[in-house]
Design a protein. Structure first.
Length: 130
């Protein structure tokens, strides 16, 4: 079982360090990249479970907020103006092999890469497929 450690993710320009925040009673591991303002922290959660149907399920979620400081009547207040969200769910038959699970992970990784339409055009540029 891997230990929860700092995860460094690169957005193509900058490294982002997500520090462990803990594992809750449901087995959901939480990490955060501190912005100095808690409401502005980027968050990453990872969980693994087994469904009632015997499927193995891995869920990864990321939230990246954008915070601006609004000044009203001379009082400055940080406010979330928008957030980006990603939810990735892998679900495998209870009889799946390590190779099958790794193949799926690698294909999803490749699907989201810059060399694929989905990575840059559909997600990055919000283009529609035709």
């Amino acid at each position: 079982m891997p230990q929860l450690n700092t995860i460094v993710l690169n957005d193509g320009t900058t490294d982002h360090s997500f520090q462990p925040r803990g594992v809750d009673a449901n087995g959901v591991a939480s990490l955060a990249e501190s912005s100095g303002i808690p409401i502005g922290d980027s968050r990453l959660t990872v969980s693994r479970s087994r469904t009632n149907q015997g499927r193995e399920k891995v869920v990864i979620k990321m939230t990246v907020p954008v915070v601006m400081t609004a000044t009203v009547n001379g009082v400055s207040d940080p406010t979330i103006v928008r957030s980006a969200y990603a939810d990735i769910t892998f679900s495998f038959d209870g009889k799946s092999t390590t190779a099958e699970r790794n193949n799926m992970r690698k294909m999803v990784y490749d699907l989201l890469g810059d060399s694929q339409t989905f990575g840059s055009a559909v997600i990055g540029d919000l283009e529609t497929l035709f």
